[in-house]
Design a protein around this ligand. Sequence first.
Ligand SMILES: Cc1cc2nc3c(=O)[nH]c(=O)nc-3n(C[C@H](O)[C@H](O)[C@H](O)COP(=O)(O)OP(=O)(O)OC[C@H]3O[C@@H](n4cnc5c(N)ncnc54)[C@H](O)[C@@H]3O)c2cc1C
Length: 411
Amino acid sequence: MNSVPRKTWYDVIVVGMGPAGSSTAYELSQAGFSVLGLEKHTHPRYKVCGGALSARIDHILPPEYKEVVEETVHRLQFTYGPEESFFVESPEPFAFMVMRARFDQWLMTLAQQSGTEVHEDEAVKKLEVLPDGVKVTTTKGEYHGRVVVGADGAMSVVAQQLFPGRGLHNIPALESEIFGVSEIRETVLPKPGELKLAVISLNAAKKGYGWIFPKRDGLSIGVGEFVRGDSRPKRSFQQFSQEEPSLAGLTIPTPVGHPIPVFNRSPGFKGHKWNGGLVHDRAVLVGDAGHLVDPLLGEGILYAVRSGQLAGTSIVKFLREEHGSLEDYEAAIMREFAEEFRIASKLNTVVYGLPRSWHRWLGRTFPGPYQGVLHRYCRLLQGQETYQTLWAHAMQKVNPFGRTTPEMEAP
Ligand SMILES: Cc1cc2nc3c(=O)[nH]c(=O)nc-3n(C[C@H](O)[C@H](O)[C@H](O)COP(=O)(O)OP(=O)(O)OC[C@H]3O[C@@H](n4cnc5c(N)ncnc54)[C@H](O)[C@@H]3O)c2cc1C
């Protein structure tokens, strides 16, 4: 009996089916190209992640994604140790909370429904550039793609093999989840009908922050330390779990660590290259593989999805021979993210350099003058403001002698 020969040639091979890979694959399949998605795990799989989507995700995902939203957050609590805290509320949501297992599976299913062929439990091991494409060797076979997309996360094999000399800029983060504990409802999670609450603590981590994010039946608790070197995330996590009043009495499972590849603002840093760093011949990097993570908050899911969409658009033009190269993907990323990330980097230095002063200052100025910095940052999360407009506003408040007006009083 003759078996059907295994298909090995595709227009595009996407390595990794997280949010970046599935979004890229979806765009390409929708445009009618043959796409193979290779994923080393089997969905639904656990992913170390806080699972917070800032509300501006509404602008880039179809509304059906709400099917997998666990909680909608209208209320933030900023804490600094057990003594100091203040709240920020809005009738418009700040964020939507997801569990990555469900969210990522939902995105992958969308790509499959549009025609992407997915091989799960199949890890990519080796990539070779050929004159007309890329040869991809996995744990199970060999494939050829006219284009390859590196969507394989922080430790990307595609970035390591096809983008030599590209350094990493990973910061350490830890995450734990508690589920099915009834007393959570009595502590951090609001009673039915109350506004949903997420906790942000600027003293929970060394040059970073700690978070408690509500999920349908539990909490995601984590810390991220956003300045390289001299970090101590395990100690920070332990201290945060013990001292944060909202977590009192809860037994928190041992956290799991994972790097966050934040955008690095100094282009020369250890070989990390921003210009030209996302496109190499017939290969592109999206999401974490391309270090497309906000360096202030560590938000990466939104940028993973959006970079996948932008890469998809560029690859379509390349395969249709409307463009001779994939460079316009890089240009689109520069236009949409580069300036945002640069400003977020500056804020990272300023805020995490003096966390206590910032905590107090933000608490004092919110909700006071409605155009206060924290209010503007909340509007940024809601998609009504950008880092550029926020920064421009802050700069307007600084007088030519470097001193600030009372509203923008330096912490
Ligand atoms: C502790 C922590 C908390 C975070 N919290 C948030 C948050 O609250 N909100 C937010 O927006 N971001 C958060 N992030 C960042 C966010 O998780 C990432 O930015 C996001 O997952 C990037 O998506 P991606 O698709 O690029 O990569 P990933 O989600 O990492 O997906 C990559 C996929 O590639 C697969 N893969 C890897 N190697 C191979 C291989 N060789 N072959 C085949 N498949 C492979 C993996 O199995 C995975 O499915 C957090 C990160 C950490 C570490």
